[in-house]
Design a protein around this ligand. Sequence first.
Ligand SMILES: Cc1cc2nc3c(=O)[nH]c(=O)nc-3n(C[C@H](O)[C@H](O)[C@H](O)COP(=O)(O)OP(=O)(O)OC[C@H]3O[C@@H](n4cnc5c(N)ncnc54)[C@H](O)[C@@H]3O)c2cc1C
Length: 388
Amino acid sequence: MDFEFTKQQQDVYDAVGALGKDKFAKRAREYDVRAETPLENMKDFFDAGLMGMTISEDMGGMGSGAMGTDPLLYLLAVEQTARYCLSTSHCIHIHCHGAHLVDQVGTPEQRERILGGVMSRGDMLNATASEPGRTARGLYSLVTEAARVDGGYVVNGKKNYTTLGDAVAYNILFAGIKGVPMPDGHIGLLFPKGVKGLTIEEGSWNPMGMRASYSPTLLLDNCMIGDENVLGTPGFMPRDRWQARFHLSFAAQYLGGAQGVFDYLAEYIPKRGTAGDSYAQLRMGEIRIGIESARWLIYRAAALWQRKEIAEAEMFSMLAKHRAIENAVIVMDKAAQIAGSSAFMADSPLALKFRDLRIQTLHENIDKSAATLGKYHLGQSYDVTARL
Ligand SMILES: Cc1cc2nc3c(=O)[nH]c(=O)nc-3n(C[C@H](O)[C@H](O)[C@H](O)COP(=O)(O)OP(=O)(O)OC[C@H]3O[C@@H](n4cnc5c(N)ncnc54)[C@H](O)[C@@H]3O)c2cc1C
């Protein structure tokens, strides 16, 4: 077993930590107020040479992502960003996943055209399957419909929570092929910026937290997508359980978010004059233990992906994510006890961290993650992509 970072991992950890501290943290409040994509942060990320982290080395990327050569590398960047601005870390997470999808399932022409733009211009990508009412219908039961026509698909429907939806070069959106049952009818399509028939629903993003991960609703009205913009073969997402390949970078966000709360307390408590209080000391120790317990599960799960032990990696990633969510929620409760109400004025950094972390830990129903693990150990059929 090796618990040390490689030189490249350490370099990324330090570089993103410095960016977060010097830049992202300072801009966090402003972007929160405006509920806008933190474009300056994304530009800093590109300038630091990190936009292609989940793109393979043959395209000039760093080869990270669940299916890459170093799955941990981009998770470290997500974790470190989350420490200073959770919204920015979600933007980086979703861009990294969009880029990894194109890298892994795109055609040579798509990789050249789309990933070339990421590497040379800092183009952004995303990936959205969410749509209103999906949870009740089931993960792959999409109402947004792609009807086959000569040369491509005509798409109608509505996608919500499209993080970076206004900023990407291509929105990667998932739909159901008209007349083809799921999962075979599940299709990924690349919607180029400015494509006719795609509009943003006005006023569709005004949440309490994660405001700067601008994620509006997109309306699709007879939107024509040519065959050159079909991503992978229909059904690849459910068939290859791609959703499970994204568990860990959610976990990395929860880890970084909890660490950000800890950092704040380590500065705030002594200034407040309560560092000598035994309960403050106890809570700080408990928070530290929780953060480290989540951290090493995430890093362990990344090692399983690297070894291509896919079934183990999927399951262990669910486990790590569950612990990271649960820990983040516990950390907020323990932190609040020792910070006190004065730390929660509406415009305080701690208030923003709490609003973001509470909303961001709602991507999942953690009880369902735990029950999935239980099913596995009881010899029942299970689905590692069961989320809500
Ligand atoms: C900041 C942010 C950014 C996001 N970005 C993206 C993105 O880029 N791409 C993307 O695809 N998605 C994105 N999402 C969506 C996210 O992944 C979830 O799909 C979405 O949050 C689910 O909707 P909801 O939170 O309203 O939960 P709901 O769907 O309303 O579920 C709430 C609870 O009700 C339970 N529940 C709901 N229906 C049933 C039922 N029929 N039976 C039993 N229990 C039920 C669920 O298990 C859950 O516990 C984003 C979400 C957030 C908060």
